[in-house]
Design a protein around this ligand. Structure first.
Ligand code: GAR
Length: 288
């Protein structure tokens, strides 16, 4: 049973195309149920149709964020999928949207129960064995920086103008904060001395196109796994014991006991055998 995804886009759609190409070339065992855009003019929509994928759009202009999100959830609920993939979707998502895609949510039909592997969130720990947490949002984002550095809508520009020698790409689960959440994969690329912004971006984009289909293929094969992490308001041990108890620590400002999104991991699943590394961060609320 292939992994089913809905892809949300706002513009060009090259990451979306990388997923569709990978499916076509059988590098990715997935199915794109729908491509949605908040921009009815997005070139991504016509590209998706060329691949024979159904498209939907609804401009956010002239309506409140709440109304737009409600209507997008309603549109998406007509389709069956396991994950929402944000591939250059330049809208901040609020809990209203995210809650509709919480793991275990009944609103979105999931094929996962029919898969051998449940898409559990496995917090890897060397000492304690794997711990399973079940509450997370089934929403994945790709961001062109080494998060938590350079969140926001202009990450390539911000990193380049800062003068970084090394940058990277992050694929992560989405939580209530912007460009924030459990890291599924993170890879680096170098800035060369004679790079201009365009060549820097092009190197990063090529990496994006490699990573996103790979992450989805990993999920379709093995589910999701992340490493433990250290939050600003708690320790890795705290997170571990909370996860074992079947809950996550409350986010600052949220109600205790509420299952929030995932806490912030600090390393990718490939490093599962390595010891835990700490890290956390949040960006300005701009765009995913
Ligand atoms: C990509 O570089 C993606 O990482 C970025 O937008 C671009 C979309 O390009 N996303 C973000 O900055 C999210 N904060 P695409 O439409 O060609 O895939």
């Amino acid at each position: 049973m292939p992994l089913k995804v809905a892809i949300l886009v706002s513009g060009r759609g090259s990451n979306m195309a990388s997923i569709l190409e990978a499916i076509k070339e059988k590098r990715l065992d997935a199915q794109v149920s729908v491509v949605f855009s908040n921009n009815p003019e997005a070139p991504a929509l016509s590209t998706a149709r060329k691949f024979g994928v159904r498209t939907e759009s609804l401009s956010h202009r002239g309506m409140s964020r709440r109304e737009h999100e409600e209507r997008v959830v309603e549109i998406l609920s007509r389709y069956e999928f396991d994950f929402v993939v944000l591939a250059g979707y330049m809208r901040v998502l609020t809990p209203l949207f995210l809650e509709a895609f919480k793991s275990g949510s009944k609103k979105i039909p999931s094929e996962y129960k029919q898969l051998t592997l449940e898409p559990q969130l496995i917090v890897k720990t060397k000492a304690e064995g794997d711990v399973t947490a079940t509450s997370f949002f089934r929403v994945i984002n790709i961001h062109p920086s080494l998060l938590p550095a350079f969140p926001g809508a202009h990450a390539y520009e911000d990193a380049f103008n800062y003068g970084v020698r090394l940058s990277g790409i992050t694929v992560h689960l989405v939580d209530e904060k912007v460009d924030h959440g459990a890291i599924l994969a993170q890879e680096t690329f170098v800035r060369l001395e004679n790079d201009d912004l365009e060549s820097f971006k092009a190197r990063g984009l090529a990496l994006e196109h490699k990573m996103l289909p790979q992450v989805l293929q990993d999920i379709s094969r093995r589910g999701i796994s992340i490493l433990p992490f250290k939050r600003g308001d708690g320790s890795a041990e705290e997170v571990l014991s909370e996860a074992k108890a079947g809950r996550m620590p409350a986010l600052p400002g949220s109600e205790a006991g509420e299952p929030p999104a995932l806490p912030v991991p600090s390393a990718v699943s490939e490093l599962a055998e390595a010891s835990a590394i700490s890290g956390s961060g949040a960006g300005e609320p701009t765009a995913q």
